[in-house]
Each structure stands twice: as structure tokens, then as C-alpha cells.
Design a protein around this ligand. Structure first.
Ligand code: GDP
Length: 428
């Protein structure tokens, strides 16, 4: 029963959508297991260009069942918009299944997310303000509303009414905001519920029947390891675990069933929002990477911070996930660079650190120790075979493998589906 998890190895936006799109052809089930519509996985294929916020990136293959797992929080308005867009592009989304255990983002979540970011002022976390953090907080505080609740209107009304009483007290008394109206939210969400009802069901049996048949199940991670609430740069992190371990919980699959865990890394590194980033380049090179890589957020449009590959963070990420393979994307962005640097250690207070510090205030002060490798001329975008890459590009890839102690099995050299080099087969 091959379960293959595809997880972001950095701060998100590594190109997971493209990797899933390439692998999904041979899969039977693709499951999103964490995050919410703060994700924006870009898929470019013959059907068009899509930003997948909630629907798994496997939806473009007719034989693939796509599950929004219990570990995701769903904004129904965004999901319906996404389904509408797929329909406009003649993509059949009837194989979508939504876990009845997945929680919903509600209007008070979005509102409180924005109000809380305003209150933090200069200390803002740089959230996407989509209510994801507040929705996960309510899940853990046992006052969340799940997709399954939309099916039973009486129960939904009574839950919403008691939760909203509390949320309105916070809105009015803490933030001086006007209260939200119960009946307005109730009616709006009942309409969403009617539209989504055909997709909502218990998903455990769907996944486990597929595993029992020996089919390939792909777990599609969102965000990236360095945004994990435990292992990321706390508090500048996301609210659910993007790790492979999060895939086990967010989809309901035993860790024993995992065959491969693929870490997706860019050939450099990017970050959106606040928080430490030791290899950030605030110079012309950073600007060049941003321009060549179109490094602007898929969800927010914000310019991404760009820097050299951070192998200290990468090694940490490989350890906490247990990557069996790495998918390296955006190699083509370095085409024509005279030289390329890799951060191999940090310097902090005159000492060399070979590990990723857990304290963000220490990481903030870490200076990268760089190793410099020769770049290559010419374009890698048309190359489909590892041996045909320029020797300097192969050297760069091999050096990253050494530093992360993990094989790079897949290299992407462009945004299109076919622009990949399969170094070693990932799927049987
Ligand atoms: P995700 O959230 O991890 O799926 O990543 P995003 O969709 O936010 O960002 C990845 C962006 O890079 C998308 O626009 C992809 O089309 C693009 N992309 C993915 N792989 C490559 C690559 O190898 N080269 C280039 N030039 N672009 C890529």
C-alpha cells in the first residue's frame, strides 16, 4: 500500500503543486492534509494555469479521487469559487471528497485574524488574514464547526448561536467592533452546505479501501516545514503541521503505511511575511532571483523574500520529516548565474552553529557561512536527462545531496508539467 507524502522543505511555495501534478498521474487518491486556503499551489498543465487553494492538485487526472482531509480548514466560499473555476476550464471535479471532520473557517475567523494583526502593529506575524489561525485555534479549543455540521441544520444553528455569542463579546468588548448577525451567517452557511453536501462524507473508508487495493495514495502538503508550529520559526509559523507526520494525522493514515516522503525544495530559498531568514539577500542578487523566479505570493501577491539555499535549515527539515527523496525545483532560475552560494553553517556570537536554533531571536542574529560554487551558462529548461545538465549544475545538485544526506530524485527546470528531470523513479 504505497503512501507517498509530498511536503514543503522550506518556508512554503517550493513548487509542491507542480510535483504533485507530475506524480498524480499514477496515483488513485490525492489527499490535502493541513492548512487551508492560505495555500496556493500553482499548477500549469494543458487545461490552463490554476492556483489550487483547497482542491488537491490531482484533480486534473480523471481517475484520481481528491480528498480534502480532516486536517484542513475550509472556507466554503473559496472552495465553491475554486470548483466554479475548474468547471469553467472543463475540469471534472466530481471526484472531490470532503472530510466531514474538516473544520470550517467562519466570518468571525477572518475578521479576528485581520483585527489581531492590526493590534500587533509592528509585531504583526504577516498572516494571510484568511482566518486560518483562528479556525485552528477554535478546533483545539473545541468550539469549531465542521463540514459535517452543515448537514444537520438544527444542530448547526444551536452550535453557531452559542459560539457567536462568545465571538461577539470579543469583537465588541476587546476590539470595539460591531457584532456579527447570527441569522445572516446561518443562512449563508446553510446555502454553502447545500452546494457542498454531495462532496461531504466520512473519508477514512475511502482512503483505506484504496490502500487495501494496493493503490498509490499521495499526501499533498501545504506550506513548509520551517512554518511548522513546533519546529518552525515560532511564533512566525502556520497553525497546523505541514510535516509528513502531520500527513498521518491530517489524513488518518498510519506512519507505518508511508513508503516515501518527498521533501520539495527550491534551488534557493524564499519566505513570505515576517520572521528570521538567515540567507535573505537584500541586494541585487535577491532582486534578480525574485524577478526571474516570479517570486510573488500565489495567495496574497506579496513579494517573497529571496536568499541562497540554506542547507542548515534544509538538513533540519530532512531530519524532522525523514525525507526519503528530495524534489528540487527552480534550478532554471540559476541559469546564467556566474556563481552560486550555499549556506553550510551559521555564525552566532563568534561561534559556528551547525544546527537550526529553536529560538527565533537567535536565528534572527545568525549570519550565514557560505560555500561558493561555479554557476553555469545556457538554459536548463529543455533538459530532461540528468546527465545532460551542465557539469556545474550536477555538481550543485550533488553538493546539496551531500549536505542534506538525502538523494535528489526529481529536478524541476521550469513551471510546465513536462519540465522535469526524473533522476530516480519515485513511483513504482
Ligand atoms: P507551492 O505552493 O509549493 O505549490 O508553490 P507555488 O505555487 O506558490 O509557487 C511555485 C511557483 O513556481 C509556481 O508559479 C510554479 O509554476 C513555479 N514553478 C514550480 N517549479 C518550477 C521550476 O522548476 N522552475 C520555474 N521557473 N518555476 C517553477
Amino acid at each position: 500500500m504505497p503512501v507517498i507524502a509530498v511536503v514543503g522543505g522550506q518556508w512554503g511555495d517550493e513548487g509542491k503543486g507542480k510535483v504533485i501534478d507530475s506524480l498524480a498521474e499514477k496515483a488513485k487518491v490525492v489527499v490535502r492534509f493541513s492548512g487551508g486556503d492560505n495555500a496556493g499551489h500553482t499548477v500549469i498543465n494543458p487545461s490552463g494555469e490554476f492556483r489550487m487553494h483547497l482542491v488537491p492538485s490531482g484533480i486534473f487526472y480523471p481517475g484520481v479521487t481528491c480528498i480534502i482531509g480532516n486536517g484542513v480548514v475550509i472556507n466554503p466560499a473559496v472552495l465553491l469559487e475554486e470548483l466554479d473555476n475548474l468547471k469553467k476550464h472543463a475540469v471534472d471535479a466530481s471526484r472531490l471528497v470532503i472530510s466531514d471532520r474538516a473544520h470550517l473557517t467562519m466570518p468571525y475567523h477572518t475578521l479576528l485574524d485581520g483585527l489581531e494583526e492590526e493590534r500587533r502593529g509592528k509585531g504583526a506575524l504577516g498572516t494571510t488574514r484568511r482566518g486560518i489561525g483562528p479556525a485552528f485555534a477554535d478546533k483545539v479549543a473545541r468550539m469549531g464547526i465542521r463540514t459535517g455540521d452543515l448537514i444537520n441544520k438544527d444542530l448547526f444553528h444551536s452550535k453557531l448561536s452559542s459560539i457567536l455569542e462568545f465571538k461577539n463579546a470579543i469583537l465588541t468588548k476587546v476590539y470595539g467592533h460591531s457584532p456579527l448577525l447570527l441569522e445572516e451567517i446561518f443562512e449563508q452557511y446553510c446555502r454553502y452546505g447545500e452546494q457542498l453536501a454531495p462532496f461531504i462524507q466520512e473519508t477514512n473508508s475511502v482512503i483505506h479501501q484504496s490502500l487495501a487495493r494496493g493503490e498509490i495514495v499521495l499526501l499533498e502538503g501545504a506550506q513548509g516545514t520551517l512554518l511548522d508550529p513546533d519546529f518552525g520559526t515560532y511564533p512566525y509559523v502556520t497553525s497546523s503541521s505541514p510535516l509528513a507526520g502531520g500527513g498521518s494525522i491530517g489524513a488518518g493514515i498510519s506512519p507505518m503505511a508511508f513508503n516515501r516522503i518527498i521533501g520539495v525544495f527550491k534551488a534557493y530559498i524564499t519566505r513570505v511575511g515576517s520572521g528570521p531568514m538567515p540567507t535573505e539577500l537584500k541586494d541585487k542578487i535577491g532582486e534578480l532571483i525574485r524577478k526571474k523566479g516570479h517570486e510573488y505570493g500565489a495567495t496574497t501577491g506579496r513579494p517573497r523574500r529571496c536568499g541562497w539555499f540554506d542547507a542548515v535549515a534544509g538538513r533540519f527539515s530532512a531530519q524532522v520529516n525523514g525525507f526519503s527523496d528530495i524534489a528540487l525545483t527552480h534550478l532554471d532560475i540559476f541559469d546564467g548565474f556566474p556563481s552560486i552560494k550555499i549556506c553550510t553553517a551559521y555564525e552566532f556570537n563568534g561561534e559556528t552553529l551547525n544546527y537550526f536554533p529553536s529560538d527565533s531571536s537567535i536565528l534572527e542574529k545568525c549570519q550565514p557561512v557560505h560555500e561558493e560554487l561555479s554557476g553555469w551558462q545556457g538554459s536548463t529548461r529543455g533538459i530532461r536527462n540528468f546527465d545532460q545538465l551542465p557539469s556545474e549544475a550536477r555538481r550543485y545538485i550533488n553538493r546539496l545531496e551531500e549536505l542534506l544526506s538525502c538523494p535528489i530524485s526529481f529536478v524541476a527546470v521550469g513551471s510546465k508539467r513536462e519540465q522535469v528531470i526524473e533522476v530516480r523513479p519515485i513511483l513504482p
